[in-house]
Design a protein around this ligand. Sequence first.
Ligand code: 0PR
Length: 385
Amino acid sequence: MFPNEGMEEEEVLNELRKKTALDLTFNSGKILGSMCTYPHLLARKVLWEYLDRNLGDPGLHVGSQTVEGEAVEMLSNLLGLDKGYGNIVSGGTEANILAVRAFRNLAGVEEPELILPKSAHFSFLKAGEMLGVKLVWAKLRKDYSVDVRDIEDKITGNTIGIVGIAGTTGLGVVDDIPALSDLALDYGLPLHVDAAFGGFVIPFAKALGYELPEFDFRLKGVKSVTIDPHKMGMVPIPAGGIIFREKRFVEAISVPAPYLAGGKVWQATITGTRPGANALAVWAMMKHLGFSGYREVVRRTMKLSRWFADELKKIPDVYLIREPVLNIVSFGTRNLEKVEEELKKRGWGISAHRGYIRIVMMPHVRREHLEEFLEDLEDITSSRL
Ligand code: 0PR
C-alpha cells in the first residue's frame, strides 16, 4: 500500500534491514555460484560521489561522457583494438542484444537468422524474440566448445552473423574463436564474441601462461565483443560493455534524441536515462588496478579453481563435467537434484544447470569457504539420499 504519512529515515532503514536479512551476502562466503562479486571499495566510493550523473543526457554531463569514452577505449585496448566504438551498458544482456541488433540492421535480409552455440546465454533468447531474429543453434563438441563445422553447415542466405562464446555461462569454455573468425571472413559474415565473463579473465590468464585461444579483435572476423565489468571487473551492478570494431555498427543502432541538452545527440543503447556513476566506476577500476592488478586477481582465482577441481575428484560419486578452462568449475554427482537441495538447505548459494552444479571462483571466494563446502558436499553425497 502506498503510505499516507512518511516514516523516519532510521525506521525505513531498519525495516529494509529486516526485509533483506534473508539475502545472502558476498562477504558471507556462501555465494559460490554467482558471476557477481563484492564490488571494490573504490568503485563504491565513485558510485556514492557520482550517483546523479545521467549518460542519457550527455550534454549535461559532458565530463562523464568523456570518461565513458575513455572506459570504452581502455576496454577496446584490452581486447586488442586501438580504437573501438560502443558503450558501457546495463550488462551482458543489453550488450548481446545490441550486437544482434547491429548485425540485423546491417544485413537487411527479410528473415534474419543468427547462428549461435547451444551453450549461449539465455540473453540471446531475448534478443531473438525482441528483434525478430530466428536463432539457429549449433551443436557442441565433446569438450563442450561449439562445433565449427556445424556452424558452417547452418549458414544460409538469411544468416546475419555468428556468435562465439569466450567463457560459457555453465562451464567457462572458450570456443575456437580463431576458427570462427576464419569462417566468418570466408562467408563475409560478422562474428560476435560473448566474452561477458571471459573478457576480464582471458587476457590476464594468457599473460600468466594459461593456454587459451585468441578470442578478441586481434582476429579480423571479430566485429563485436561483449565484456562485462560487473562480473570479473569488480564494478557494481549495472556495468556491461559492448565494443564494436567499426563505427558503422554503432551507427546502425543509433536513434536521434534531438531535444537534449547537448543538442541533437544519438543514442545507441537500449536504456535512455542510464547511470553515469557506473561507467565512471568502470574507468576508475581499470585505472586503479591496471593490467597487473587484474592479472593478480585472475592468478588467485585460476589457481583456486584448479585446486578445487582436484579436491572434487577425491570425493567418491562426484565427477568433473570437464577440466576447468577459466575460473569456473562444474561437477556432477548421483542424485544431483537432492544434493543441490541439501546444499541449499545448508545455506550455499550455488547455481545448478542442466545436469551439474557450477562453482564460480569470483574474487570474494576464499579457500576456507571452499573447504567448508567440500566437507558438506562429501557429507551429503556419502549419506544415502
Ligand atoms: N553472456 C554470458 C556468457 C553470461 O554468462 C551472462 C550472464 C550474460 C551474457 C548476461 O549478462 P547479464 O546477466 O549481465 O545481463 N551470466 C550469469 C549467469 O547467468 C549472470 C548471473 C550473475 C547469474 C550473477 C547469477 C548471478 O548470481 O549465470
